[in-house]
Design a binder for this molecule. Structure first.
Ligand code: OSB
Ligand code: MG
Length: 369
C-alpha cells in the first residue's frame, strides 16, 4: 500500500441536545475526518478529539496541527504492508493518540477492502452483533433524567450510564435505583473526585452498580488502586489508559476491575488490540467507549467491539441519538434487543455520504505524494 493522498476535513455538526459531563458541556462538535487514498481505494477515519482539552490533552486544533505538521510528513508517500505498521512509523511522535488514530484507522479500512473482508474480520472480531448501552449526560433535574432513561430502556438499550459530578451523584443514583431496581446501571465521573471524597464514592456501593468509571484524576493510576482497595464497586478506567503498558500497570496494581477502550485515546486499532489482549490475559472485561463520534468513528467502534474481550455493552449507540442526519449510509441502527448488527460489507461496511460531508465541511486540506 503506497499512501498517495491524505485529505483532512473539519466538519461542524450540532448534536441533537447538549451533552454535559463533570468537566464540560458539548453542543456544537468540530469533527475531523481523514480520507486516505491508496491504489485507487479510499479509506476513512475519524479523529475523536473534543473541542477543548478537558477530557484529555488533545483538541480539534492540536490534532489538525499534529496531522499537518508531523503525521502527514512522516507517512505520505510511504509504502506499507499493513495498517498496523502506521503505529510503528508514528512511534517517535509522543502522545497525540487521537490524531494518529484518525489516519491509522483509515488505512485499516483500506486494508480490509484490499483483502476483501469486513473490517471486523480483519481485526479478529468474533461477534456478528454487539451489545449496546447509552451514556446519558448530566440533566437539569432528576425527573428529566428519569424520562430519558425510560426512553432509552424502551428503545432496548441494555445498560444505562449516568454522568455524575459532585452534588449530582449519590442522590441522583438513589432515585434512579428506586425507579429501576434491576437495570444494569453505572456512573462516569470523568475525574471529578479526589481520594478525600471516599465517603461519597463508598456510598455508591449500596446501589449494585456495574462499575464506576474514572472517578479520580485523569492521569493517576496509583490513586485509583488506593481507592479500589476501599470500594466494592469495580472501578473502570477510561482517561488513564493510553497504552497496553498502562493497562498492565493498572491491572497489576489493582486499580480497576474493568477497562473502557476508546480507539482514539489508545491511538488506533493496532494499539486497541494490544490493550484488549492484555485485559483478556488477565480476565479483565473491556467495553467500547464513545466520544460523540460521527458515523465514521461509530463504524470503527462497531468493528472493534466484535473482538472477543468486549463482553460488556459499550457506549456505541444509534446515529439518531446524536444527529438529525449522520454522515454514513446506512445510519447505525439499534435493534429492540439493544444490539447493533455488524455489517458484512467489505472494509468499514458503511458508505460515507460525500455530499453530506462536503456540506458540513468548514476547513479542508489535501496532500499528495
Ligand atoms: O467519558 O466516556 C466519556 C463523551 C465525551 C467525552 C468523554 C466521554 C463521553 C461519553 C459519551 O460518555 C459516549 C458517547 O455516547 O459517545
Ligand atoms: Mg468515560
Amino acid at each position: 500500500m503506497r499512501i498517495e493522498t491524505i485529505t483532512l476535513r473539519e466538519l461542524r455538526m450540532r448534536l441533537k441536545a447538549p451533552f454535559e459531563t463533570s468537566s464540560e458541556v458539548t453542543f456544537d462538535r468540530r469533527i475531523l475526518l481523514v480520507e486516505v487514498g491508496v491504489d485507487g481505494l479510499r479509506g476513512w477515519g475519524e479523529i475523536t478529539t473534543a473541542e477543548d482539552p478537558f477530557y484529555n490533552a488533545e483538541t480539534t486544533d492540536t490534532a489538525w496541527h499534529m496531522t499537518r505538521d508531523f503525521i502527514v510528513p512522516f507517512i505520505l508517500g510511504k509504502t506499507i504492508e499493513t495498517a498496523a505498521e502506521i503505529a510503528v512509523l508514528l512511534e517517535p511522535i509522543r502522545g497525540h493518540e487521537m490524531a494518529k488514530a484518525g489516519i491509522e484507522n483509515a488505512l485499516w479500512d483500506i486494508e480490509a477492502q484490499q483483502k476483501g473482508v469486513p473490517l471486523a474480520t480483519l481485526l479478529g472480531g468474533t461477534r456478528s452483533e454487539i451489545p449496546c448501552g447509552v451514556s446519558i449526560g448530566i440533566q437539569p433535574s432528576t425527573s428529566a433524567l428519569l424520562e430519558k432513561i425510560e426512553c432509552e430502556l424502551c428503545a432496548g438499550y441494555q445498560r444505562i450510564k449516568l454522568k455524575i459530578k459532585p452534588g449530582k451523584d449519590v442522590q441522583v443514583v438513589d432515585e434512579v435505583r428506586k425507579q429501576y431496581p434491576r437495570t444494569k446501571l453505572m456512573v462516569d465521573a470523568n475525574s471529578a473526585y479526589r481520594l478525600e471524597d471516599l465517603d461519597v464514592l463508598r456510598a455508591f456501593d449500596q446501589y449494585c452498580l456495574l462499575m464506576i468509571e474514572q472517578p479520580l484524576a485523569w492521569d493517576d493510576i496509583y490513586q485509583h488502586s488506593l481507592l479500589q482497595a476501599r470500594l466494592q464497586t469495580p472501578i473502570c478506567l477510561d482517561e488513564c489508559i493510553h497504552h497496553s503498558s498502562h493497562a498492565e500497570a493498572a491491572i497489576k496494581l489493582g486499580a480497576c476491575g474493568i477497562i473502557n477502550i476508546k480507539l482514539g485515546r489508545v491511538g488506533g486499532h493496532a494499539r486497541a488490540r494490544q490493550v484488549h489482549d492484555v485485559c483478556v490475559q488477565h480476565s479483565i472485561p473491556v467495553w467500547c467507549g464513545g466520544m460523540l463520534e460521527s458515523g465514521v468513528g461509530r463504524a470503527h467502534n462497531i468493528a472493534m467491539s466484535t473482538l472477543p474481550g468486549f463482553s460488556l455493552p459499550g457506549d456505541v449507540s444509534a446515529s439518531q441519538r446524536y444527529w438529525d442526519e449522520d454522515v454514513i449510509e446506512p445510519e447505525v441502527d439499534v435493534s429492540s434487543a439493544g444490539t447493533i448488527r455488524v455489517p458484512e460489507k467489505l472494509g468499514l461496511g458503511y458508505e460515507v455520504r460525500r455530499k453530506k460531508v462536503e456540506s458540513l465541511t468548514v476547513r479542508q486540506q489535501q496532500w499528495r505524494a
